[in-house]
Design a protein around this ligand. Structure first.
Ligand code: DGT
Ligand code: CA
Ligand code: CA
Length: 571
C-alpha cells in the first residue's frame, strides 16, 4: 500500500474528528499523515521493522493505527467515524472552496458523496441555491474541481527527486548507459511531478532498455525499445526513458525539460529566423545543425541568456533573457544556514547537538532551533521553563562547537486575533522568532488578513512561518488578501518563510515572485522534525529559484552574524 493511501485515511480521520468538534486530535492525525506522505521509505517497510514511531508526530497509538492500515488495507476507527458521514471527504476537501464543513453541508443538502456528485451539483447550479454558499462558491468549486483532479495523480517533488536520482544511479550502475539525466517538470523543480522523464546516451540502447525495464520497483512495462521505454512503478508512478544520440543530447534535454509553453515560445523564435528547433537540434534554412549537443548552445544561438530550467514556464523569461537581465538565481551552495529546525525539546526527533551535527555534515554553518511553543496538552511543545533551559543548553553547545553556531529561537503560534501565545519577555530572549498559524484556519478573508498583518507587524517577529498554510494536494492556502500581507511584511521588515517541507513549499513560487517585487525578504526553513529532514533544504532552494529569487533576497545566504544584524530587531 502506498504511503499516500495510508496518509489519505489519516487525513480523513483528522477531518472527521474535526467535524465532530474534537479538539487537538485532528492536528495530531494531520501531522502523522504529513509525515507518512512525505516519507521516502514505504511505511510498510517501517511497520515491518517496527520503526513507525521514528516518523515525526507518530506516537504509539497512531503507529498502531498505521500498522492496522498496512495489514488490512483499512482502519476500523476510520470506518466507525465514517458511518456518521459516508462521503469521500478527503477527495472533496481537496477542492478549493470546500472545507469539511461545506462538504458536510453539501452531503446533507444535496447528497453529495464523491467528486462526481460535486461536479454534477455544481454544473446543475444546485450549489448556488444553498444558504451560505451562493454563486461565487459554486464558480470557485467548478474551477477547483479540475485542479484537484490533476493534483490527485501527481507526486510530490520531495518524493520524486530522490527517486529519480536513485533510478539514474542504478541505470548508470548497470553499465549500459554513458550518461543519464532527469528532464521534465522534475528538472524544472516543479512542486509536483506527473511523470518522470529520463534522458540517456548509450552505445547499447537495446541492453539499456532492458536494464531500465528490469529496475527494482518496476511493476509494469508499458513500452520497451532502443529509443523509448516506459514503465509503471509499484504505486503507479510512470517513468519514461529516452535514449538519444550524443550530438542531440542538449536539444533533447531542452525539449523534454519543457515546459511545453516555454518550448513553443522558443520554437517561434527559431522559426522567426527561418530555422527549425526540435528534440534533435537547432537547424538553419539549409538544414545545417547550429546546435544540439549542449543545451547552452541552443539558447546562445537564439541570442538569449541561458535560461535556468526553473524559469522555463513562459512567465516572461524569454523577453528578460533577450535583454540579458535574468536574475542570478540563488544556488544551494550559497545557503549557509537553516532557519527553522525542531528538536526533541518539542515534537522533533534528535537533540540540539544531533541537529547541529547533521547540518554541519551538509555544509551549513548555522541552524535556528525553533521548537513549538506549547499551546495545548495534546501537542508536544516547549514551556517557558523549557525554553530558558534550552537557552542554557544552546549556549553550552556553542562554546564547544567550532565554526558552527546554533541560534536560539521559537515557533510562536499566531492566535485567532493575531496576537502571539509567547510572552514578549521570552521572545526578547531568543534570537529568531517565527510566528505561524496552527489553528483557526477558516476565518473570513478579512479576519485572516488582519490576523496575519498583526503578526507580521509585531516588533519581535522575524519570520512569518509557512505563510499561506497550504498543504499540496490537501489544503488550499488560507483566504487572505495576500497583496496586503506582502506589502505590510515588506514595510515592517518581516521575512516570509519558504518552508521547504515537501508537502508545504510555502510560499509557493508564484507568490515568492510577487513578494520579491514588493521588497519582501525570504527565509528558507526545512521545518525539520528529524536530522534527515535537513535534506529538504534543496526543495526550498528550488522553490526560491522558481520564484526568481537571488541570493541577496534570501536571508539564509548571510552568515549568522550578518543574519542577526539583518533581522528587524537588528536594524
Ligand atoms: P508533468 O510530467 O505533468 O509533471 O510535466 P512535464 O513538463 O514533465 O510534461 P511531460 O512529461 O508531459 O513532457 C515532458 C516535456 O516534453 C514537456 O515539459 C515539454 C516536452 N513536450 C511534451 N509534449 C510536447 C509537445 O507537444 N510540444 C512541445 N513543444 N513540447 C512537448
Ligand atoms: Ca514529466
Ligand atoms: Ca513524460
Amino acid at each position: 500500500m502506498k504511503n499516500r493511501q495510508v496518509a489519505k485515511i489519516l487525513y480523513e480521520v483528522a477531518d472527521l474528528l474535526e467535524l465532530q468538534g474534537v479538539q487537538f486530535k485532528p492536528r495530531a492525525y494531520r501531522r502523522a499523515a504529513q509525515a507518512v506522505e512525505s516519507c521516502p521509505t514505504p511505511v510498510e517497510e517501517l511497520a515491518r521493522e517496527g520503526r513507525l514511531s521514528e516518523l515525526p508526530g507518530v506516537g504509539k497509538s497512531i503507529a498502531e493505527k498505521i500498522e492496522e492500515i498496512v495489514a488490512t488495507g483499512q482502519l476500523k476507527y476510520h470506518q466507525e467515524l465514517k458511518k456518521a458521514l459516508p462521503i469521500d471527504l478527503h477527495a472533496l476537501t481537496q477542492v478549493e472552496g470546500v472545507g469539511p464543513k461545506t462538504a458536510k453541508l453539501l452531503y446533507e443538502e444535496l447528497g453529495v458523496r464523491t467528486l462526481a456528485d460535486l461536479e454534477e451539483a455544481a454544473r446543475q447550479g444546485k450549489i448556488r441555491e444553498i444558504k451560505g454558499l451562493g454563486p461565487k462558491v459554486e464558480e470557485k468549486i467548478l474551477r477547483g474541481l479540475e485542479e484537484a483532479r490533476r493534483a490527485q495523480r501527481r507526486e510530490l517533488l520531495g518524493y520524486a527527486l530522490p527517486l529519480a536520482r536513485d533510478l539514474c544511479r542504478k541505470l548508470l550502475g548497470s553499465g549500459t548507459v554513458k550518461r543519464v539525466e532527469p528532464a521534465g517538470s522534475l528538472r524544472r523543480g516543479k512542486e509536483t511531478v506527473g511523470d518522470l522523464d529520463l534522458l540517456a546516451v548509450s552505445d547499447r540502447p537495446e541492453q539499456a532498455a532492458q536494464a531500465f525495464t528490469s529496475l527494482p520497483g518496476v511493476e509494469e512495462v508499458l513500452a520497451q525499445g532502443p529509443k523509448k521505454s516506459s514503465v509503471r512503478l509499484s504505486g503507479g508512478f510512470q517513468v519514461d526513458l529516452r535514449i538519444v544520440p550524443p550530438e542531440s543530447f542538449g536539444a533533447a534535454l531542452q525539449y523534454f525539460t519543457g515546459s511545453k509553453a516555454h518550448n513553443i515560445r522558443l520554437r517561434e523564435r527559431a522559426v522567426a529566423r527561418g530555422w527549425k528547433l526540435n528534440e534533435y537540434g537547432l537547424f538553419d534554412e539549409a538544414g545545417n545543425r547550429l546546435a544540439g549537443e549542449k543545451e547552452e548552445d541552443i539558447y546562445r544561438a537564439l541570442d538569449l541568456q541561458f535560461i535556468p530550467p526553473e524559469l522555463r514556464e513562459d512567465q516572461g523569461e524569454i523577453q528578460v533573457a533577450e535583454r540579458g537581465q535574468l536574475p542570478r538565481l540563488v544556488t544551494a551552495e550559497e545557503i549557509r544556514g537553516d532557519l527553522h529546525v525542531h528538536t526533541n525539546w518539542s515534537d522533533g526527533r534528535g537533540d540540539v547537538g544531533e541537529l547541529a551535527e547533521a547540518a554541519r555534515a551538509r555544509g551549513l554553518t548555522y541552524i535556528a532551533v525553533t521548537d513549538h511553543y506549547k499551546f495545548s496538552q495534546a501537542i508536544r511543545g516547549v514551556t517557558a521553563d523549557d525554553l530558558l533551559r534550552q537557552l542554557d543548553e544552546i549556549a553550552r553547545l556553542n562554546e564547544e562547537l567550532k565554526g558552527f553556531r546554533v541560534l536560539s529561537g521559537v515557533e510562536a503560534n499566531i492566535q485567532r486575533d493575531g496576537s502571539l501565545d509567547v510572552p514578549a519577555e521570552l521572545l526578547r530572549r531568543v534570537e529568531v522568532v517565527i510566528a505561524a498559524v496552527h489553528s483557526h484556519f477558516r476565518l473570513s478573508k478579512r479576519q485572516m488578513t488582519e490576523r496575519l498583518v498583526r503578526a507580521v507587524e509585531h516588533e519581535l517577529v522575524d519570520i512569518l512561518g509557512h505563510p499561506t498554510g497550504r498543504l499540496i494536494g490537501e489544503r488550499p492556502p488560507y483566504e487572505a488578501d495576500w497583496q496586503e500581507v506582502l506589502h505590510r511584511a515588506a514595510k515592517s521588515g518581516t521575512a516570509l518563510e519558504v518552508n521547504a517541507n515537501p508537502q508545504r513549499l510555502d510560499l509557493a513560487a508564484p507568490m515568492i515572485r510577487e513578494a520579491l517585487e514588493v521588497g519582501v525578504r525570504l527565509a528558507i526553513g526545512t521545518d525539520a522534525h528529524a536530522p534527515e529532514h535537513l535534506d529538504f533544504l534543496e526543495l526550498g532552494v528550488l522553490t526560491c529559484r522558481r520564484g526568481w529569487a537571488e541570493s541577496g533576497q534570501v536571508l539564509n545566504c548571510l552568515s549568522w552574524e550578518e543574519f542577526l544584524a539583518a533581522r528587524k530587531r537588528g536594524a
